[in-house]
Design a protein around this ligand. Structure first.
Ligand code: ADP
Ligand code: ZN
Length: 537
């Protein structure tokens, strides 16, 4: 294994790139000085080179720990194609010889799962003492944190590797980490107190973000996609769904539309490995344009020109949304990310989470950031800013939204209308409070004066403390108007949305009036809100 003292020369020789990007150069230098490092960089930012360059500079092997097998296989293939010896210890077909060779230091890069790493401490130590170890890189390091959206128990054992090899530089890498998760990573992996840390901006200026409420008819949700298909101008698109059934159904229905025939496929964990590989390959080769998938699709997808990412249903956390939406526009070109949501999404996520089989879908939906995604959906402000402020508080520096988002577009075109909706908000909160944990739909029906069979007599007689009759008091405003207002009140923390799952029954979503909501209800305060599109119609 030949050493090459100049990192830039390594970059040029093996990758053909003329310069380092982001913090790559600084990270490489820190490793060469023997420091521990923590790198937080958006997907597509160039994390791999941070750990791939130093071992080539030192001429010593490196061990890379990742939970994503297909990603490791891809990287091994890519390195091998460059003439750099690399292997993945974990595939069943691997010969005993390769394993032997790996532990003897014949490979420049040894990729390994966290499970295997934790039980290979003696061999790692032996490797270190025979030929040396340039570094141990822990990819997807947020998996170590229970605060993250993708916690994996195996990661909790990695500190043993660190303790066994105190003088080998450790590098933790992730694309998504809030300050809390970042602290957790450093503590759990026992990174040294003087570990160097980089948090790159989370801004993705080439992405356009927008949020829409789901419509009943499928076509109404995919207007732009269907129009492009009719014009023969389809571009690579991923549609994420919350469930396998939705992925299959939406793929089937979209596939019947003009210009989409033969261009759409579903992707989820019920398909055979061969079928999945087929979809992946044809999408990568641009022989297939639209993939409708669960989150099983995408781990390790390195397709630069994905132009549109739709979410049919809100993921359980903002981390998950950012990571999935972030698969759009990795080549830096303009791309769009559209989140189609409904209040029932939270219930679906709760069901996915509670299902006891450990599917890939369930594992990645585990979450703690559900309040953050709710706030993101209902924010009247810039969506880029909301995202950046969540992942790296205080780091938003742009004077304006560079990638564009629905909210900023509306305000730039003068489309913003602000109005004091305190009176309407109080009516809605009063009904929600009296209904005590029922669905939002029922509250809206009361306000709109419904006389359906679902209305109980007491709902018809409902009154506010001042005697105002509540049933029918909001009949002049539409159902979607009231639902939009409820969304804003949720964003303000006046209404809480949660799920109820009576034993043996399907989970459903209920709303309740929070303490803040009750305080507002009693007050005389105004409530100036920015009207959303649904309220202007
Ligand atoms: P991440 O792991 O952060 O998602 P990758 O390491 O896969 O990102 O890099 C994303 C893309 O950027 C890859 O196609 C990679 O070849 C390219 N890339 C990384 N660093 C550089 C660089 N210094 N110059 C040019 N391209 C780069
Ligand atoms: Zn914006």
């Amino acid at each position: 294994m030949a050493a090459c003292p100049d990192p830039l020369a390594v970059l040029r020789k093996h990758w053909g790139f003329s310069s380092f990007r982001n913090c790559q150069q600084e990270v490489v230098d820190a490793v060469l000085q023997g420091a521990d490092t923590l790198v937080v960089m958006a997907t597509g930012g160039g994390k791999s080179l941070c750990y791939q360059v130093p071992p080539l500079v030192l001429g010593k092997p490196a061990v890379v720990v990742s939970p994503l097998i297909s990603l490791m296989e891809d990287q091994v293939m890519a390195l091998t194609a460059k003439g750099i010896p690399a292997c993945f210890l974990g595939s069943a077909q691997l010969s005993a010889q390769v394993k032997e060779d790996a532990w003897r230091g014949k490979y420049q890069f040894v990729y390994i799962t966290p499970e295997l790493a934790a039980v290979s401490i003696e061999r790692l130590r032996a490797l270190k003492h025979s030929v040396g170890l340039a570094l141990i890189a822990v990819d997807e390091a947020h998996c170590i944190s229970e605060w993250g959206f993708d916690f994996r128990t195996e990661y909790r054992h990695l500190y043993k590797v660190r303790e066994a090899l105190p003088d080998v530089p450790f590098m933790a890498l992730t694309a998504t980490a809030t300050p809390k998760v970042r602290d957790d990573i450093a503590a759990n992996l026992r990174l040294k107190p003087d570990a160097r840390k980089w948090v790159m901006s989370f801004e993705r200026p080439n992405l356009h973000f927008s949020v829409q409420r789901k419509q009943g008819a499928l076509a109404a949700n995919f207007v732009a996609l269907l129009a492009a298909a009719e014009r023969g101008e389809l571009e690579p698109t991923i549609v994420y769904t919350l469930t396998k059934r939705e992925a299959a159904e939406i793929a089937a229905e979209l596939g019947t539309k003009p210009g989409l025939w033969g261009q759409v496929a579903a992707y989820h964990s019920d398909l055979s490995v061969q079928q999945r590989r087929g979809v992946h390959q044809t999408f990568m080769n641009d022989d297939l344009t639209v993939v409708v998938a669960t989150v099983a699709f995408g781990m390790g997808i390195d397709k630069g020109n994905v132009r549109h990412v739709y979410h049919y249903g809100a993921p359980a956390s903002l981390e998950a949304y950012y990571q999935q939406a972030g698969r759009g526009g990795r080549d830096g070109m303009q791309s769009s990310c559209t989140l189609l949501w409904s209040a029932a999404d939270a219930a679906k996520n709760a069901v996915i989470k509670s299902s006891d089989y450990a599917s890939a879908e369930a594992a990645t939906q585990r979450d703690t950031g559900s309040d953050a995604i709710t706030a993101y959906i209902h924010t009247p402000g810039c969506r880029h800013r909301a995202m950046v402020e969540y992942f790296a508080p205080g780091s938003w520096q742009s004077a304006r939204c560079r990638g564009g988002c629905d909210n900023c577009n509306a305000s730039q075109s003068g489309g913003v209308i602000e109005k004091d909706l305190a009176a309407e908000a109080r009516l809605l909160l009063a009904v929600v409070q009296r209904l005590r944990e029922m669905g939002l739909g029922t509250a809206v029906q009361v306000l709109r004066g419904s006389r359906s069979q679902k209305m109980r007599p007491w709902m018809l007689d409902m009154a506010a403390p001042d005697g105002t009759k509540l049933h029918g008091v909001g009949a002049h405003l539409g159902e979607s108007w009231w639902k939009a207002l409820a969304g804003m009140l949720t964003g303000k923390g006046f209404i809480a949305v949660h799920t109820k799952a009576p034993p043996g029954q399907r989970a459903f979503v209920v709303v309740s009036c929070t303490d803040a909501g009750a305080a507002f209800l009693r007050s005389q305060q105004p409530l100036v809100l920015q009207l959303s599109g649904e309220m202007l119609q």
